[in-house]
Design a protein around this ligand. Structure first.
Ligand code: ADP
Ligand code: ASP
Ligand code: MG
Length: 422
């Protein structure tokens, strides 16, 4: 008997019919003798719908008090899901009980809309499991030290599931979704994308952080920190396929580099449309400018991603960086009001219509010329590179948003990702 955590995403929970299928699948695992904890997301579209309602009524300035209410509202989506799944399991003749985050409790900090899990008390869940029940816990939400409901950021149910699996030392955490695993790139953009049988934890971490939303990055961080056996697989296979077959399907996140992984130089391509580029032009080139510009931005709690400082001409330089698109207007205002006058810079210009495309692969550590192949493929398509950033196992470029799909396809081909490596 093993302790297994299943997570089902929004599409998998998208209708009562699909919830019934989830219940049948979970029941199959339970009947095979496993202790089951299930973490579902809100039904597809529900979180968007709830947040859109809030937006219609939102005050002009977005205060912490406003963010608190957003979490209050958004968290209801998952509360409906757990209740529905629980009664669907009861209809299967099983004992099931659902809990909201605060009832477990899953304790988080107070950073509304992007809270971090601090601790999970598993006593109540363990008692239920020992009594033969299936336990269903809301994804995406928790409770802070003051008893306020918090949410973990979009896609946060992945993190809830892995954190629950880590806290309970589960034997495996299975992330059921609307694709049958992790692909070389988003199969919605590149139909030739291939499913990976395994992906190393480090590569998955990069893919998630660079925009592949198949797993929320914090879920991968948790899996790494607590060594949670983690697999991504389809919720759309027939629920009654043999359990042994299901248990081996999808993509396993591995913690040891095996030989096969060494063979592929580039394992995957990620992209992100959520960033915007900002350039402070005509900055006097002297020590401390990066600190003055980025320090001011950081003080306003705005995260900066790619950074580029150009060579100077006649003592002046341009300084560019990217931020999340949601922070674009705020950052420009901040630079115009505080940084430009203080530095004696010329002006601030920006472009929200950019995207970042990245190649990821552990094999890049030991191979030269990978970035050159990337740049050649982009140049052959006539795509201009605006910024470049590299680390040991990834290279990212910032390009015009309108070339994103073309770039992803060209790179997928250039690195032979559509060819089976086996
Ligand atoms: P869920 O609701 O189950 O959490 P998500 O929509 O959050 O599902 O994540 C699954 C989606 O992630 C897929 O439908 C796919 O379009 C997208 N995706 C992006 N990159 C990849 C990738 N490399 N492999 C698989 N899916 C990917
Ligand atoms: N329902 C939440 C969202 O839409 C959490 C999740 O689906 O993982 O972001
Ligand atoms: Mg998701």
């Amino acid at each position: 008997m093993a302790l297994i955590v299943h997570k089902y995403g929004g599409t998998s929970m998208g209708s009562t019919e699909r919830i019934r299928n989830v219940a049948k699948r979970v029941a199959k695992w339970h009947r095979a003798g496993h202790q089951m904890v299930v973490v579902p997301s809100a039904m597809s579209g529900e979180t968007n719908r709830l947040l859109a309602l809030a937006k219609e009524l939102a005050p002009a300035t977005h205060t912490t008090e406003y963010a608190r209410e957003l979490d209050m509202i958004a968290a209801t989506g998952e509360q409906v899901s757990v209740g529905l799944l629980s009664i669907a399991l009861q209809a299967e003749g099983l004992q099931a009980v659902s809990y909201a985050g605060w009832q477990v409790p899953i304790k988080t900090d107070s950073a509304y809309t992007k809270a971090r899990i601090e601790s999970i008390d598993d006593a109540r869940v363990r008692a239920d499991l020992a009594a033969g029940k299936i336990v269903i816990i809301t994804g995406f939400q928790g409770v802070d030290a003051q008893g306020n409901i918090t949410t973990l950021g979009r896609g946060g149910s992945d993190t809830s599931a892995v954190a629950v699996a880590a806290a309970m030392k589960a034997d495996e955490c299975l992330i059921y979704t609307d694709v049958d695993g992790v692909y070389t790139t988003d199969p919605r953009i590149v139909p030739e994308a291939r499913r990976l049988h395994t992906i190393s934890f480090e590569e998955m971490l990069e893919m998630a952080s660079l925009g592949s939303k198949v797993l929320q990055i914090r879920s991968v961080e948790f899996a790494g920190k607590y060594r949670v056996p983690l697999r991504v697989l389809s919720s759309f296979t027939p629920w009654d396929i043999p359990i042994e077959e299901e248990a081996k399907s999808g993509t396993l996140i591995t913690f040891e580099e095996d030989e096969k992984m060494e063979k592929a130089v580039v394992s995957g391509i990620a992209f992100n449309r959520d960033e915007a580029k900002i350039t402070v032009m005509g900055v006097p080139d002297k020590p401390g400018i990066a600190y003055q510009i980025l320090g001011t931005v950081a003080d306003a709690n705005i995260d900066v991603d790619v950074i580029l400082q150009n060579v100077s001409h006649e003592g002046k330089t341009d300084f560019s960086f990217t931020v999340h698109r949601n922070d674009y207007a705020k950052t420009i205002d901040l630079l115009n009001s505080k940084v430009v006058p203080a530095l004696g810079a010329e002006k601030v210009v920006g472009d929200p219509k950019i995207c970042k495309v990245s190649i990821v692969g552990i094999g890049m550590r030991s191979h030269v010329g990978v970035a050159a192949t990337m740049f050649r493929a982009l140049s052959e398509e006539g795509i201009n590179i605006q910024m470049i950033t590299t680390s040991e196992i990834k290279t990212s470029v910032v390009i015009d948003e309108k070339y994103m799909e073309l770039a992803v396809r060209a790179l997928h081909k250039a690195f032979d990702l559509d060819q089976d490596a086996a």
